[in-house]
Design a protein around this ligand. Structure first.
Ligand code: SF4
Ligand code: SF4
Length: 467
């Protein structure tokens, strides 16, 4: 059995006051000073925390909003003096895709490395756009995989990047043939290049160190090399270089110590892959394909060319087709590429990395079910460091999360915690789906239900197809 993958974590509290959804408004006037005041019995101790918060207040730019909204004190105050208010700052976080709830739950995971628990009685919608129109089938929960969740059995979340031979060939008892390099990652996840519209912090040192600690890979733009504080021997195996055509070429010595590089798509992309492979046969080379109107077609076209081993498709930050008026969502685009690869007999030869709109660990599992080998993320790592996804993020503006000033220990601690929480949730999902191997989850749409399909099946004959 392979050694168990385990990420060491410890709590990393936020640097800024928490931005919760609820706060309690206490009118005080006419208070009867009851001995058994409801404030004393808040199970989350929020009134004492608030008093402490006010005592140690450093600036007055943030009110205390950290109530859990259980309504206990509000309902039980004998004079009805307490009221619950919703924090306008919370409601202004993110956008319609990166909702305040997603941002808050990411902060919580980055702080504690724990799986978020919503408690009994989920009150939200059961279907929605994007990944919310897809449900994972949890009906397979059986003892061996349940044991995997509790660590008594092993659920492997490892995946491979690189070309896998379609068959093994032997000559005189020796394995011969394709000896393409293969990278084994412990999770179907790599850290993507930072989002171009969230340009404030220089995150490379944090991401490279987190990749080394979690045994993953962080993509680094060659234009931003060298990264501060890099330890070549320890970090380079966890750095994947994005070979920016407008940046100076990286020295061969540097590339000889890394395992993965990526180039942008273009007319000469195939020739460039061959050139890199000739000079550095140990490297796995990916082509980055933007998922615009031509993206799916281009990814399929590239996959049928000789020598191509990895395609990294990137949708926009919200998981939509780039620049389209009526954009398709990433899960549908992944399914199309995956199905075409199967039809062309190329599925095992090509690794498909998909990025854009992966906001939660369930999105990672769902993207893999749709056919991705692994996914790439950038915004969740930024949010882990208390980013609020402001619509105007620029070096000339003041960052409300003070991201310019983060230290390495804090940044690495928070991002490591987030990766650990995502890993635990992937194991939970796989355990409940009866899967013990992430490689086998790829394209296994039998483990999921799609709202569109169910709706069509149930109501299509009566009302026709929804356009
Ligand atoms: S609503 Fe609940 S969590 Fe919030 S302060 Fe009152 S008792 Fe505490
Ligand atoms: S909090 Fe706002 S300004 Fe700061 S990094 Fe995030 S998006 Fe940019």
């Amino acid at each position: 059995m392979p050694e168990k993958y385990h990420i060491k974590t410890e709590p990393v509290p936020p640097r800024r006051p928490r931005i919760g959804k609820f706060g309690v408004v206490d009118w005080r006037e006419d208070c009867a000073r009851c001995h058994n005041c409801v404030k004393k019995v808040c199970v989350y101790n929020r009134y004492r925390d608030e008093a402490e918060y006010i005592r140690s207040l450093k600036s007055v730019d943030a009110l205390y909003f950290d109530c859990m909204g259980c309504f206990s004190c509000i309902q039980n105050c004998t004079k009805g003096l307490l009221g619950l208010s919703v924090n306008p700052v919370f409601e202004g976080l993110g956008n319609s895709y990166w909702t305040p709830q997603i941002i808050q739950t990411t902060w919580m995971q980055a702080e504690t490395a724990k799986i978020p628990v919503s408690g009994a009685g989920y009150k939200g919608p059961h279907a929605g756009p994007g990944f919310d129109s897809m449900w994972t089938d949890m009906s397979e929960i059986v003892r061996p995989t349940r044991d995997g969740i509790h660590g008594r059995e092993y659920i492997s979340t490892a995946v491979d990047i690189g070309r896998k031979p379609s068959h093994l060939s032997f000559d005189d008892g020796q394995l011969v043939g394709d000896d393409s390099p293969l990278i084994c990652l412990q999770m179907p996840l790599i850290f993507d290049l930072p989002s171009p519209v969230h340009a404030l912090p220089d995150l490379e040192p944090v991401l490279v160190e987190t990749a080394a600690r979690t045994d993953l890979i962080a993509l680094v733009d060659s234009a931003r090399w060298p990264v501060d504080g890099i330890d070549l021997e320890r970090h380079l195996p966890h750095v994947g270089f994005y070979l920016n055509p407008s940046a100076p070429e990286l020295p061969g010595e540097l590339l000889s110590q890394t395992r993965f590089v990526e180039i942008p798509d273009g007319e000469d992309a195939i020739a460039r892959v061959q050139e890199i492979k000739q000079q550095h046969p140990h490297l796995v080379v990916a082509i980055r394909v933007a998922l615009d109107g031509q993206g799916v077609k281009r990814a399929i076209e590239l996959s049928s060319c000789d020598g191509i081993e990895v395609i990294h498709t990137a949708a926009d930050l919200n998981g939509n087709e780039i620049g389209a008026k009526d954009p398709r969502f990433i899960k549908d685009m992944i399914r199309d590429i995956h199905t075409a690869l199967i039809d062309n007999g190329k599925r095992d030869e090509i690794t498909l990395i998909c990025g854009g709109g992966i906001a939660l660990p369930e999105h990672m599992a769902k993207a893999v079910i749709c056919g991705a080998d692994l996914i790439s993320v950038n915004l969740p790592l930024l949010i882990a460091m208390e980013c609020r996804l402001c619509s105007s993020c620029d070096k000339s503006m003041t960052c409300p999360a003070e991201l310019e000033d983060i230290d390495l220990t804090y940044g690495v601690g928070r991002t490591t915690n987030l990766v650990a929480a995502w890993h635990d949730q992937l194991i939970e999902l796989m355990g409940a789906m009866g899967m013990r191997e992430a490689r086998r989850l790829r394209g296994d749409v039998g483990r999921a239900m799609f709202f569109e399909d169910l709706e069509e099946e149930s109501f299509g004959t009566l009302f026709g197809t929804r356009k």
